[in-house]
Design a protein around this ligand. Structure first.
Ligand code: TRP
Length: 334
């Protein structure tokens, strides 16, 4: 049986090297697997929970779509779509909302963290918390259950959301029979968590990211800014204690990695190690960068790809939602 793999990418911000190494590259590789049907989508309704700037939302959606296409996602094979084009998803969200215990949502980490932040700041606990944030896991469950996904590749921070999706599906199935497949989170420990310029996890919230599509000169500059220590050329350096080495490794073949390890032991100068890191990363991205720029200059082409993907997705979602409506008693009377 083909496994169904599904994952969503929230359309906030500009893709960075951490997104590429940790999510996009492995997902595109997995989509080439025979025996796998992949569903990848732009979670723009999820982005709306935090975004109040329409131009930013539009721009991010465009950039992220262009990124996946430039990096070689085969959209004849993978179903690639924009969440908001699938009208069935918000409809299913409401249905699932009615089968979701409020107490379950009260326990969501992201919601609890927002409340805690308010409490710590001496604000009202609900300050600036919208229902979108509170119901975020239900929308995510609808994304997943709509396509009967088996495997959902996510970061560790999303595991709880997958547990909630299973919970919601089970509750629904208990009432109405076996409608939904139970999804599983797939957290790949072999996928690198890329450090940022300051050595902490590369993340927009730490302001330490290196954008994926920087032009060559700026990419070089950004890599030169990765924090190292004050060891001089000729002094041996410890690769296990070096963000630069981790970043190099994420792009290197095993042979390149061991050669670089040796170079550290032999006291390579930081400037030289950075130059080699730049060349490696730039070499991997240069061709795709040209495709990315061409795609960004032609948004209509991206739009057409997304609409074609939505059509394929809806070819499943429409009849499946029909079945769900039937099951709950929302159906034609005649
Ligand atoms: N919440 C996910 C994140 O921030 C994005 C997402 C939305 C998602 N819907 C999804 C991931 C469904 C997997 C499946 O990373």
């Amino acid at each position: 049986m083909t496994r169904r793999v599904l994952t969503g990418i929230t359309t906030t911000g500009t893709p960075h090297l951490g997104n590429y190494v940790g999510a996009i590259k492995p997902a595109i590789a997995a989509s080439h697997d025979e025996g796998v049907a992949s569903f990848y989508f732009l979670a723009d309704y999820h982005a709306l929970v935090k975004n109040r700037d329409p131009e930013r939302l539009r721009r991010s959606t465009l950039e992220i779509a262009a990124t996946w296409l430039a990096l070689g996602l085969d959209t004849d094979k993978a179903v690639f779509y924009r969440q908001s084009d699938i009208r069935e998803i918000p409809e299913l969200t409401w249905i699932l909302t009615c089968f979701t215990a409020k107490g379950l949502m009260n326990r969501a980490h992201a919601y609890k963290a927002a409340v805690q932040e308010n409490v710590d700041a001496g604000e009202d606990p609900d300050y600036a918390i919208n229902m979108g944030l509170f119901c975020y896991p239900v929308l995510m469950s609808a994304d997943i259950l709509m396509f009967n996904a088996n495997d959902v590749p996510v970061g560790k921070d999303q595991i709880q959301h997958l547990e909630m999706a299973r919970d919601i599906a089970q509750r629904f199935n208990h009432h109405f029979g076996e409608i939904f497949a139970l999804p599983e989170a797939v957290v790949d420990d072999n996928v690198a968590v890329l450090p940022g310029q300051d050595g902490r996890k590369m993340s927009k919230s730490y302001d330490n990211t290196i954008p994926l599509w920087l032009p060559e000169k700026k990419l070089r500059k950004a890599i030169m800014k990765i924090v190292t220590n004050s060891l001089e050329p000729g002094e041996p350096k410890d690769p296990n204690d070096s963000a630069l080495f981790s970043i190099y490794s994420a792009f290197a073949t095993p042979e390149q990695r061991s050669a670089m390890k040796q170079a550290y032991a032999d006291g390579i100068a930081w400037g030289e190690a950075k130059q080699q890191t730049f060349e490696l990363i730039n070499g991997e991205l240069a061709e795709a960068r040209e495709r990315y720029e061409a795609l960004m200059a032609d948004p209509a082409r991206i739009e057409a790809v997304l609409l074609a993907g939505a059509e394929r997705a809806r070819a499943e979602a429409t009849p499946f939602l029909g079945r769900i409506r039937q099951a709950i008693g929302i159906q034609a009377l005649g």
